[in-house]
Structure formats: C-alpha cells, structure tokens
Design a protein around this ligand. Sequence first.
Ligand code: FSX
Length: 398
Amino acid sequence: MATSSDEGFDGSGFEPAAERGDAARPAAAERGDVEPEFDELHVFWITGESCDGCTIAAAGATDPGLEDVLTGAVPQLPKINLHHPVLATEWGENYVDEFRAAMRGERDPYAIVVEGSVPNEKLISGDGEDGYWIAMGEDENGDPIRCVDWLDRLAPGAAATIAIGTCATWGGIPAAEGNPTDAMGTMDYLGRDYRSVLGLPVINVPGCSPVGDNFVETVAHVLLYAQDLAPLPELDELGRPKWLFGETVHRNCNRGSYYEEGDFAEEYGSEKCLVKEPGCWGPVVKCNMPSRRAVDGVGGCMNVGGKCIGCTMPGFPDKFTPYFKEPPGSTISSAGTKILGALMRPLRRKSMSNLDRETRWDEESSGIGIEERLYEWYHRRGANYDTGRQDFQRGEAD
Ligand code: FSX
C-alpha cells in the first residue's frame, strides 16, 4: 500500500484501517462502521514533548477561528467535541474517561491531534515498569498510560490524525542533538504507511510554533472532505497541505526585491534582505508565514524584522544552526545577485526618476536632456505611452 510519492499523497490505495489488520485498534476500526458523513465529531488532543505554543497558536487562529469551528459557526462542519488538556471543562478522571471511551469505540467517529514530539519509551523499558517519559491517566492496573499507548490505541481508529507544530511533525526542538528521549515526529512513530479510517496519512502542519490559521484551516478542510463536501486535501510527500507549504518563504517575503537587486542588510534592524546578515534561510524553507502572517494577518518573522530559521522544516533545529550565520548555500546565489543588482539598481533609479513625476507639472523633464530624450524615444515605441501631452507642452503638437 504505497500511497506516498514524490508527487505527494493522491488518495490512491485507500484502505480503511479496519481492513488492514492492525494489532492495536479500538472497536470502531474493527467494525469498520465509521461513516464518512456525520453530524458530530470528537477530537482528542494527545500531548507529547512540547512548549504548548501550538495550542496558543491554534487558539489565535481567525480564518476560521477555533471558536468558530467549535461553536458550529462554519457552515457544513460537524459539531466538534474537543478534548484538550487546557481547553476542556472536565478535569482529572472525568477528562481521561473520554479518552478511555474512545478506546472502547464509544466516541466514534473521532480524530486525533498530536502536539509535541513522541518520546522513545523503549529507551526506558518498553513496558513502562521502569518509568516513562510522558503519560496521562492510569489503566485498570494503576499503570500510567503513556503518550505512545494513547497513540497506539487511538490512531488506528481515528478518522484523521493531524500533527500540529514541528515537534509533532518532525521531532523539532525536543529531538535536537543530545536529547535524552530519542524524540520523534508522529509520522516517524506511526510509520510512513499509516492511514487513518478516512484513508489519510498523518497530516503534518509544521511550524515552531505553527501559523494557527494553517492548522484550523487544515482541520476544516479535512472535515469538509469527511462530509463529502470538499475534495481530498492535497498533501505533499511528507503529509503537508500543499496549498500551505508549496512555496518558499522567499516567494512571498516583503524583502525579496532587495535580494533580487543584490541589496543585503549589513546589520540587524535593516529593512533589506537578511540572507547574508544575520543569515536568513527563507529561499529554501517551505512556509507561508510572510503572506499569511502570525495572527489575523499581523506579524510573521520577516515582517517584524526577524529572519527565517527554518522552523517548519524537517531537521529543524540542528540542520539550521548556528542561526546567526549566513546559510552555506547562499554564498554563490547572493554573489550572483550582487553583480546583477549592481547593474540593475542604477538603471531602475533612472527609470524611476523618469516615471515618478506628476505629468501636468512635468515641463522641466520634457526633452531637456539627452537621457530624457532617449527615455521618451524608447517609450514612444510602446503602444501604451501617451506622448501627446508632452508634445503639447513643448509646442510640438500638430
Ligand atoms: Fe514544539 Fe508546540 Fe515549537 Fe513550541 O507546543 S513546535 S516547541 S514553539 O509550540 O510543540
């Protein structure tokens, strides 16, 4: 069942979890009776190793907002019962009981969201007897139910499994060099061939922290797909929504034109391109932060003077450190734009000085110097330049 490719996930090879013969699976998946259309959906938020920033980011989403989804303000979305450690009104055993009910198949259909990286519990003992990294609640024997146990039990029967933030998608900061827990992403843990009941791989919405709108929009899209009201969400080969992570930071960066003209910042605080100083990874990082911005169209790294440190990418942070150093691959390309930019900038200044004039007051510029004559001659060749007014001003009109 190979459904991932360089072209991304296309939905081929759909096979409900119920038919795959997974060992650990709740009753719903065994029965295979999870309908693709439903009025109500439980969402179980499973936490691993993280800073909780993803929860803050999701809570700040506005397009649509988390509260819009939860209160049914978005047309056609099912009612969502969110079981989240911070946002839930239940607490203690009552809170964990909902997760246990899902394990027993009493909360179908449901989806899971994973926030934070997944620790390698096998490093300790494999069965939890000698301790554990992350757990929530206890089983009937009084043993802690670990993060990995919840994943083992809930992921196979989930309508969809969505990883929020770089910790949950690729391992992120907890997986950095020297970490004692052998932290990994959700896809690493569940396997590349994991498919939810709806036939979807782990859906990855990276970012440390992610753009909240990216996450809630992805959830909304998946729910519309589940309702048969939207096409299969387009995912790339790593399970990222293609429409959100298909472009580099650089493509939409408001400093990109400085790069094109080879005009680079030399000190922190400059409005120019940050590739060389302090060293921006934007040209090779897949992220829509510059266009979507952080919260409600405001903020976002480069928009507020920061540079891209590659936080949405696999291998972050190790592959992108030291942060305040020019990325090694940028030397040749930035040298090329510097040479080209040195030619381009004076030409553009000249064009600008000719164009940036109020036409009715533009008597001084009409044919005074050779440069203006040349410029006008050039534009007279084009069909979209009305030289009648200049001719009239010079007394050359018929
Ligand atoms: Fe990780 Fe989330 Fe980085 Fe934090 O909770 S993606 S450390 S900003 O936000 O998991």
